[in-house]
Design a protein around this ligand. Structure first.
Ligand SMILES: [Fe+2]
Ligand SMILES: [Fe+2]
Length: 150
């Protein structure tokens, strides 16, 4: 892969992290439950960190990344999402956010599959596990809510 390609890929990923950051900002405005608001703001801060990490990422940075395999509860995979609205329910907001994370996981997976360099594969692997972790946090919150209600 040449350098311009690498730059394009990184720029695209930065853009997606920026979008994720903005989306969590909007969702946190909608969220009224204090615990949920905090979770959304925490995830927003992590997307911001992802963006900053991607900006000017070096081989050394990639070498230092520690990736952990994260489980996928798949709770939101079979649920239908609604577009976010100010009166949307706690559950719908969690499903919406979890589905967005699933899209991020898929995006980083396809980027990982598309590159030849082991270094870039390692980098995308790190990001995809990070997004899986976000999805897990949201689904655990959803599960907690459903169990509390049940
Ligand atoms: Fe991210
Ligand atoms: Fe995320």
């Amino acid at each position: 892969m040449d350098n311009s390609n690498f730059e394009d890929i990184i720029q695209f990923a930065i853009q997606r992290e920026e979008d994720a950051c903005r989306a969590y900002g909007e969702m946190s405005e909608i969220a009224e439950t204090p615990g949920l608001k905090e979770l959304l703001l925490e995830l927003q801060a992590e997307e911001k960190k992802h963006k900053e990490l991607l900006q000017g990422i070096t081989s050394e940075d990639i070498g230092n990344l520690e990736t952990h395999n994260v489980v996928d509860l798949k709770i939101s995979d079979f649920l239908t999402e609604e577009p976010p609205t100010p009166d949307m329910s706690f559950q719908d907001l969690l499903i919406f956010a979890a589905k967005k994370e699933q899209q991020a996981v898929e995006l980083y997976s396809s980027m990982k599959a598309a590159v030849n360099s082991d270094e870039l594969k390692k980098m995308f692997d790190f990001f995809l596990e990070q997004e899986k972790e976000h999805k897990l946090k949201l689904e655990m919150e959803y599960e907690k809510y459903v169990l509390d209600e049940g």
